[in-house]
Design a binder for this molecule. Structure first.
Ligand code: ZN
Length: 447
């Protein structure tokens, strides 16, 4: 029987529909084109000016680079050690470092080169020049205070809010382990700096005035170009927060404001209230709340008590829907779980530190999984930090940015090759991750 014209036409439509279906189905493995796609994407991704959502820029002799400090002799994961040879590649790329090692003799060359450049690029020009070299348009400066050598137009300030939770006698807190022996006195110092800033000579006698002092500090920090508040609270106590009443917190304040060592239970209850107060204030003042959510430095960091999932009851609490949360370090190494917290409309993830702790091959898998889950809720950051007087925030910036761009290109190349997304969509996702998603959180205050 001769097929009718209608039958042929019908078959063609079915064939076309089938081929569309085949085209749109994802494959489990990348094809042989994945290398080529990667090579094509990387230079385009390198050209995207980035917004670094989490970094600690500054010189190594500047104590305000962070509100806390690494405990002496803390273990460092392999790639984050200052003998990582990739940091020599960073010095070569940024400064034309001519040697293949960092022997003390050779290190002198690098120190002298940076000193010369600081003269040539005086004031704020030096770190602006570093940002230009790594194609970062602006970078968060998550610092205790801002120095005069960072340009506020390119380094928006994220200040620390933890210290309001430690106003009492901290003898017990400090003695818990050697790490807290370093951290807690620095929190006391930070609280006294906020008190000095607000002309408060001693803790107010009543709880209402204490809360007003906190709010005034936040408002003034916002006026001083602060774009967000940051918590490192995971270093100091568990990240599970109870929900005490204001009266309970006020009673505890009255009991301990003039002295006496709070029991651990009393102190945690008081802190639970202050943390939630700060979170609400972040909503009222449009100051996004950044929270350290990852394993941390120091051998006593308690990952099971202070991991990202401990925050779930706060993050999914509708009372805080006006507060924007940024989960700094994306919960690493629980980043698989953490991405599901971004189901909340007001919760975002920052990938910083993941790109330094992991090599690009592993970080690529992190990014890919995030891009396949909530691609519009993830942001780029380096967590750059000055290592020592030879290797500075400069090399750390370079390694973080390079690693992230490579891993991003590789993740997207696999997704294209596996038929998950088109190349055009991949570039949209790259812009969102490297710049646009984070910038949108600050209502025109950053670029
Ligand atoms: Zn950090």
């Amino acid at each position: 029987m001769k097929p009718s014209l209608l039958w042929i036409f019908g078959s063609l439509i079915i064939a076309a529909a089938l081929s569309t279906f085949c085209f749109s189905q994802a494959h489990p493995l990348p094809g042989p084109d994945v290398q080529q796609i990667y090579q094509r994407l990387l230079p385009q991704i390198d050209k995207i000016p980035a917004f670094d959502h989490h970094a600690h820029p500054g010189f190594s002799d500047d104590p305000d680079v962070d509100a806390m400090a690494a405990p002496p002799d803390a273990s460092e994961a392999l790639r984050t050690r200052d003998d990582n040879p990739e940091l020599i590649a960073a010095a070569k790329a940024l400064f034309g470092y001519p040697y293949a090692d960092l022997s003390p003799q050779h290190a002198k060359w690098l120190v002298a080169k940076k000193a010369e450049l600081k003269k040539q690029y005086s004031g704020t020009a030096y770190f602006n020049m570093i940002l230009d070299k790594i194609n970062t348009e602006s970078s968060v400066a998550n610092r205790a205070m801002m120095p005069d050598y960072l340009d506020p137009n390119r380094f928006p300030w994220v200040f620390f809010a933890d210290s309001f939770m430690w106003p009492f006698d901290n003898t017990r807190e400090t003695a818990r382990n050697p790490d807290e022996g370093v951290y807690i006195p620095l929190q006391e110092k930070m609280l006294h700096r906020w008190m000095k800033q607000e002309n408060v000579s001693k803790l107010p006698p009543d709880f209402d005035s204490y809360l007003k002092f906190i709010s005034r500090t936040l408002e003034d920090n916002k006026n001083k170009n602060g774009i967000a508040m940051k918590f490192e609270v995971a270093y100091f106590r568990p990240t599970t927060f109870g929900d005490p009443t204001r009266d309970e917190a006020a009673d505890l304040y009255a009991r301990y404001v003039h002295g006496g060592i709070p029991s651990e239970k009393d102190y945690r209850t008081f802190q639970d209230y202050i943390f939630r107060y700060l979170v609400l204030e972040g909503g009222r003042l449009q100051l996004p709340v950044h929270i350290h959510t990852a394993v941390g430095i120091g051998d006593y960091f308690n990952l099971s008590q202070s991991n990202v999932m401990g925050l779930e009851s706060v993050l999914r609490d509708p009372r805080y829907h006006s507060t924007t949360f940024v989960l700094i370090h994306g919960g690493y190494p629980l980043e698989r779980e953490a991405i599901w917290l971004a189901a909340m409309k007001n919760v975002y993830l920052d990938s910083s530190f993941g790109e330094l702790a992991q090599y690009p091959s592993a970080f690529k898998d992190t990014l890919k999984m995030w891009l396949e889950t909530f691609p519009d809720k993830i942001t780029f950051g380096t967590d750059c930090f000055p290592y020592n007087e030879v290797l500075g925030a400069e090399e750390s910036y370079w390694l973080g940015a390079e690693s992230s761009r490579m891993a991003l290109a590789a993740a997207l190349a696999e997704m294209i090759s596996e038929n998950e997304i088109t190349e055009a969509r991949a570039l949209e996702l790259a812009h969102a991750y490297l710049h646009d998603t984070a910038v949108k959180l600050y209502g025109g205050r950053v670029h």
